[in-house]
Design a protein around this ligand. Structure first.
Ligand code: TYD
Length: 210
């Protein structure tokens, strides 16, 4: 897409994505680039409503219902925010994108990989990130972090409440993605301080940074 760059951040809950998105946005702005940050599920008024439905344990969607809610939010996000930003030449930093559906709905929930890929293609119109950074942290450590976050509440903890085995399957799927597409999908060690991880993020973006 003309001029713009799309970078997605991925990983299990509590891996530190959101902190790294904020640090990278700051650094890119310092370098004089237009930066748009967004998150999934969410990122648009429609998407944020869908997010609340998805995270609330009261609704318990089936795996397919969960996938289609995610893809609906993603379609809206790509069409109304991401594509226009890329067309202006901005950097778009996405806190999760299509690879999360492969990791969670295919890896975690067991939906067929190829059908999740097809749903991703339909929702994104084939848009694929220029680079995807998967922040890695031992699952037990990341989950413990996520579960004690002050923002984790009874109405938004449906994924935090999943078993450790579920999150292990998610983590394995992210590793599989990195093995399949080593150019695009890079594993970034998520241990250490935010600034140590930030330095690794910059390294993983070598060749793309302004
Ligand atoms: P997120 O806000 O990134 O939560 P966290 O900061 O805890 O990682 O994402 C919310 C949840 O949505 C997260 O538990 C993973 C789930 N999710 C999917 O299952 N599939 C998807 O495609 C996306 C984008 C998110």
């Amino acid at each position: 897409m003309a001029g713009g760059v799309l970078v997605s951040f991925e990983g299990v809950e509590g891996c530190g994505k959101s902190t790294q998105v904020a640090l990278l946005a700051q650094e890119l702005k310092r370098r004089g680039v237009e930066v748009v940050t967004t998150r999934e599920p969410g990122g648009t008024p429609l998407g944020e409503e869908i997010r609340a439905l998805l995270l609330n344990p009261a609704f318990a969607p089936t795996p397919w219902a969960e996938l289609f809610l995610l893809e609906a939010a993603r379609a809206q996000l790509v069409a109304t925010l991401i594509r226009p930003a890329l067309e202006r030449g901005a950097w778009v930093l996405a806190d999760r994108f299509s690879d999360s559906s492969l990791a969670y709905q295919a890896g975690g929930r067991g939906l067929p990989w190829r059908q999740v890929q097809a749903a991703n293609r339909a929702a994104t119109g084939g848009l694929v990130p220029d680079r995807t950074l998967v922040l890695t942290l031992p699952v037990s450590e990341a989950l413990a972090r996520a579960r004690r976050r002050p923002t984790t509440k009874a109405t938004n903890r449906r994924f935090e409440d999943e078993t450790e085995a579920f999150h292990q399957r998610v983590a394995r799927a992210f590793h599989r993605l990195a093995a399949r597409e080593p150019q695009r999908v890079q594993l970034v060690d998520g241990r250490g301080t935010p600034s140590q991880v930030h330095a690794r993020v910059l390294q993983a973006l070598a060749g793309l940074l302004p």
